[in-house]
Design a protein around this ligand. Structure first.
Ligand code: GCB
Length: 604
């Protein structure tokens, strides 16, 4: 449409109003509007959607969303984009992976599709978007229904009131621009993919809706908390295998019960899960839940009361051909590689990964660190940024807190130790505990290189000190690592959340020196030799399982990739350092098994 259209408020406004997007930046779709969807049947909206990139935000300025479908021949005024025809992309996808011309595109993009509606009266329609990077504005039949910030967490929007019988038009405006107030900010070491890259699903639900369900082991009891939206006084929870089927009284929609039950505890060796069914009025949800405890005592991390060592690896959610789109097959391959490495644990860096990851880890018996992208520089003093980070954390926790595999909520990565950062991140750690007191908190902190010591004021406010150190790579003098080890005496467990080196396995890779496979392997050997003797180090997740795509690395050996993977970007070719770490983890696993057997013997 041109500016003379009556659909734009007025011609000049569309051209000159720089506050055009303010009415839409409401962040009204957030943790409080999320709906528990496990065990629900939804209608998948996967498939081709009409699509248009919109660098200048013309769509919001001219209000493309108010344009009605019409044959081009019948239109009486010129138009700048027709939401109903033209290019299409599949949902889910990242636009960078669809066409080369969109590879570096950052800005708004419009997604449109028809939606048929014929549900009976008294039903509610809830749309859930698994993730859209980064800002998503939702329109139905020209009406603005809400906005979500945060590129990796799900959100829900109720369509009920705006839906009409028959054909409707759903439009999403998704914007991946990196800005100063966002989480993450402008500079990251992973690719800034854009788009609706996780599933979009429509749920047809009764009037009463189960909004939230939190099931966990709390002390020696199973505790169930629920939030129900609707006029019911009582719900029911059943765990058939444990013979549990009891009423849950609801007061103002909230229910909370503790049950006596002795479930078999979940662990990597015995990843036992139980079906949990929760019913309120006509609504019902189901989950598969494992019960276990995770705690810390001094410098130990205890799983079900027994000290453990986290044999881990870090992973990004990235794929050579699909970008951030993932699948069960991709996740299972990732976890199978982690198991082949001898891992019992993964760090899902640096943002919430697909929710299937934790579900599959529950089944396969892997422990997880999950994280929000409070990464490097963040506008710590900005209340809007803080609200965004807090919301992303709440959305992640509410999404995954029934997953036994998740043992750590991480509130950030490598942030400078300033007062504003301390206040911001301490606040996040408190929120994590308030939302879920049954897990440990952490953050990837930095070494104080001047004092050669583990020192970060945030450490007092988290359970596990995550430590990123790159001795042998960014830090040249390897001897300093041992000195840091000697100079530090943390009062809580330390996990080496990152360490590593690049190794280019392509034909262009060097035969020796930095970026060679032999150099990478050497760094792993030296790291293992030093770290194995630090008794407060209770785990590690070296950087990283697979090579991953990134804009900021354009060196002759990197060529748009971070090549610190133990496996190349093809997710197949193992580098020598893979085998070095696998050998250490095999030895470590045996040692830990012997120690556990000894401890058991001592108890009997
Ligand atoms: C880090 C960052 C990670 C980078 C990595 C690297 O410390 O946490 O995001 O990708 O180093 O390769 O430099």
């Amino acid at each position: 449409m041109l500016e003379r259209s009556e659909l734009a408020d007025n011609a000049l406004q569309a051209l000159h109003d720089e506050g055009y997007d303010a009415p839409f930046n409401t962040q009204s779709l957030n943790a409080d509007t999320l709906i528990f969807t496990r065990g629900r049947e939804g209608l998948s909206l996967a498939g081709d959607w009409n699509f248009c990139v919109d660098l200048l935000d013309t769509g919001l300025r001219q209000k493309w969303f108010t344009m009605l479908p019409e044959a081009p021949e019948d239109r009486v005024e010129p138009w700048d984009y027709d939401p109903y025809m033209g290019e299409t992309v599949p949902v889910p996808s990242c636009w960078q992976m669809q066409k080369e011309k969109w590879y570096f595109f950052e800005g708004s993009a419009w997604y449109t599709r028809p939606l048929m509606h014929d549900a009976g009266a008294g039903r509610r329609q809830i749309l859930r978007i698994g993730a859209a990077q980064y800002d998503c504005k939702v329109f139905l039949n020209g009406e603005f229904l809400g906005n979500h910030y945060g590129g990796s967490t799900p959100f829900c929007v109720e369509l009920t009131e705006a839906l009409k019988p028959g054909q409707n038009w759903l439009m999403l405006c998704v914007n991946n621009t990196r800005t100063l107030d966002r989480v993450p900010m402008r500079n990251t070491d992973w690719f800034n993919y854009g788009g609706v890259y996780r599933e979009v699903t429509l749920y047809d639900l009764p009037q009463t809706i189960i909004r939230d369900l939190f099931v966990r082991l709390a002390g020696s009891k199973i505790r169930v908390s629920a939030v129900v939206d609707g006029d019911v006084a009582q719900a029911r929870v059943a765990i058939p295998e444990l013979g549990v089927d009891i009423a849950v009284p609801l007061i103002d929609g909230k229910g909370d019960v503790s049950l006596d039950a002795t479930p078999e505890l979940w662990s990597p060796e015995t990843p036992k899960l139980y079906d949990v069914v929760f019913t309120a009025g006509e609504d019902q949800v189901q989950d598969r839940v494992g019960f276990r405890s995770i705690s810390r005592e001094g410098t130990e991390i205890l799983l079900n009361g027994t000290p453990i060592f986290l044999r881990g690896i870090s992973v990004h959610e990235d794929d050579e051909t699909l970008g951030k789109v993932t699948s069960d097959t991709d996740i299972r391959r990732r976890f199978a590689h982690a198991k082949a490495l001898g891992c019992n644990y993964l760090r899902l860096a640096h943002y919430p990964h697909h929710e299937r990851a934790a579900e599959i880890a529950d089944e396969m018996g892997l422990m997880l660190w999950e994280e929000i992208p409070v990464y490097w520089a963040i506008d710590f003093a900005n209340p809007a940024t803080r609200r965004d980070a807090e919301n992303q954390l709440r959305e992640l926790i509410r999404r995954d807190r029934n997953r036994a595999s998740v043992i750590i909520w991480s509130v950030g990565n490598e942030n400078p130790d300033t007062d504003a950062r301390l206040d911001f991140m301490r606040g996040l750690a408190d929120i994590a505990k308030a939302e879920d007191p049954t897990r440990l908190t952490s953050a990837a902190c930095l070494v104080n290189h001047a004092k050669l010591k583990i020192e970060d004021r945030l450490a007092d406010h988290i359970d596990v000190i995550g430590l990123n150190e790159y001795y042998g790579w960014y830090e040249e003098n390897f001897e300093e690592l041992a000195e840091i080890g000697r100079n530090s005496s943390p009062d809580r467990p330390v996990v080496i959340s990152e360490t590593g080196a690049d190794g280019d396995n392509t034909p262009q890779g060097p035969a020796r020196g930095l970026f060679s496979l032999s150099y990478q392997d050497e760094v792993y050997k030296k790291q293992i030799a030093t770290l194995r003797d630090l008794d407060y180090v209770k785990g590690m997740s070296p950087w990283i399982l697979y090579d991953f795509r990134v804009e900021r690395r354009q060196g002759i050996f990197q060529r748009g990739w971070n090549r610190k993977g133990l496996i190349a970007a093809d997710k197949e070719t193992k580098k020598p350092a893979f085998h070095t770490l696998a050998a250490y983890y095999a030895e470590r696993a045996q040692q830990d098994q012997r120690a556990a057997a000894g401890a058991k013997k001592g108890q009997t």
